[in-house]
Design a binder for this molecule. Structure first.
Ligand code: UDP
Ligand code: MG
Length: 331
C-alpha cells in the first residue's frame, strides 16, 4: 500500500449533476466540517456529466486544494453510478456518501463518524422528516420503502437514502459486486456487517432544483424491486394457480347445473368459459415457472459473491502448526 493510501482517514463522496447554484454554500460548509474532522480527509466530487459551470468550479478547486478531488464522467450516468465511481476512487478508512444539495447536512458526518468509532461498520443516516418535498414525492417514497421492505428478503432499512458511512472493509466487499443495474443502498444492506443508524431531519434543497424527476425515481424503484426481490417473477405462478383454481370450481358448478337440468344454462357458453379460463390459468402458471428459471439466471448474472467474510481467526495458528520449526524460531 502506498503511504498516501494509509494517510487518509475519511473520504467524502459527493455526486454532482448541474449543481452550480448550490456549490458556493456547499463548499463553505464542507470546508468547515473537513477542518473539524479528527484525521486527514478528502472530498471526492463526481461530476455526473454536468452541463453547467459545476465542472469548471470543482475541477479548479481540485487542482488548487489537495483535500479536494474531481472525477468527471463522460456523460450523465445517473446518481447510483456516480456514487459508485466516487467510492471506487476513495482512499479513506471510512467512506461517507452524501448529496451535493445540502439536504444531507455535512454536520451529520461527525455523528456518523462517532458511531463508526464505536465499532460499527455501516452507519446509515435515517430521515426523520423531509422538508420542502412535494406531498407526492413524500407519499411515493414512504410507500416505496414499506413495499420494498416487505418484498425483499434483505433487511433494507426504511427512510434511508444513500447518505451513510461505510468502513473500508465494507467498500472492499461492495466492490466485488459488479452488477449493472445498481441499487447501492440495497447492496450495502445485503452485505451485512455491523450496521447502525443516526437520525436526522432532511432539510429543503439549499438551491437549485431536484435532479430526480419522476422517470429517474421509477427507474430506481424498478432496480430495487428487480434486484432485491423475486416476487414479481413469482407473481405469475400465484395468478396462474388462482385463475386455474377458479376455472375448475366454475367447471364443477356448471356440471352440477347441467345435471340438475337447470334451464338458465346457456348451451356452449359455460363450457367455452371453463376451457378458456383454465387454459389462461395454465398459461400464466407456465409463464411463472419459466420466470423461476429466469430468476435463477438473473441471480447468476449479477455475479454477487456467495458470501462475505467479516473476520477470520485461528488460521495463522494452523499454519504455524504445519511449520512448527519456524514458529519456534520466531518465539
Ligand atoms: N445526481 C447525480 N446524477 C443524477 C441525478 C442526481 O449525480 O443523474 C446527484 C445530485 O447532484 C445530488 C444527488 O445526486 O447531489 C441527489 O439528487 P437530488 O438532490 O436532485 O435528488 P432528490 O434529493 O431530489 O431526491
Ligand atoms: Mg436532493
Amino acid at each position: 500500500m502506498a503511504a498516501s493510501f494509509q494517510s487518509i482517514r475519511y473520504s467524502l463522496v459527493i455526486p454532482v449533476f448541474n449543481e452550480e447554484a448550490v456549490l458556493p454554500v456547499l463548499l463553505r460548509r464542507l470546508d468547515l466540517v473537513l477542518s473539524r474532522l479528527d484525521g486527514p480527509a478528502e472530498a471526492i466530487f463526481v461530476d455526473d456529466g454536468s452541463s453547467d459551470s459545476s465542472s469548471i468550479v470543482l475541477r479548479a478547486l481540485a487542482t488548487r486544494d489537495p483535500r479536494y478531488r474531481y472525477i468527471g464522467l463522460s456523460r450523465n450516468f445517473g446518481h447510483q453510478i456516480a456514487i459508485t465511481a466516487g467510492m471506487d476512487a476513495a482512499q479513506g478508512e471510512a467512506i461517507i456518501v452524501m448529496d451535493a444539495d445540502l439536504q444531507d447536512p455535512p454536520e451529520v458526518i461527525e455523528q456518523l463518524i462517532a458511531k463508526w468509532q464505536e465499532g460499527n461498520d455501516i452507519v446509515h443516516a435515517r430521515r426523520l422528516s423531509r422538508d420542502g418535498e412535494s406531498p407526492f414525492k413524500r407519499a411515493t417514497a414512504h410507500l416505496f420503502y414499506r413495499l420494498l421492505g416487505r418484498m425483499s428478503s434483505v433487511g433494507i432499512p426504511a427512510d434511508v437514502g444513500d447518505f451513510r458511512l461505510i468502513d473500508r472493509k465494507v467498500l472492499d466487499a461492495l466492490r466485488q459486486m459488479p452488477e449493472q443495474d445498481r441499487f447501492v443502498r440495497g447492496m450495502i444492506a445485503w452485505l451485512g456487517f455491523r450496521q447502525t443508524e443516526v437520525a436526522f431531519h432532511r432539510l429543503e434543497r439549499a438551491a437549485g432544483e431536484t435532479k430526480y424527476p419522476l422517470f429517474k425515481m421509477v427507474r430506481l424503484a424498478m432496480n430495487a424491486a428487480l434486484g432485491f426481490s423475486d416476487l414479481p417473477l413469482r407473481l405469475a405462478i400465484w395468478c396462474g394457480l388462482t385463475v386455474s383454481g377458479l376455472a375448475l370450481l366454475y367447471g364443477g358448478w356448471v356440471v352440477l347445473l347441467w345435471l340438475s337440468k337447470d334451464s338458465h344454462l346457456v348451451t356452449g357458453w359455460s363450457s367455452t368459459m371453463v376451457v378458456v379460463s383454465l387454459l389462461c390459468g395454465m398459461n400464466m402458471l407456465m409463464t411463472g415457472i419459466v420466470g423461476l428459471y429466469v430468476g435463477r439466471i438473473h441471480a447468476e448474472v449479477k455475479r454477487r459473491p456467495l458470501y462475505v467474510v467479516q473476520a477470520r481467526a485461528g488460521f495463522d495458528r494452523s499454519e504455524a502448526a504445519a511449520a512448527p520449526a519456524i514458529h519456534a524460531v520466531n518465539e
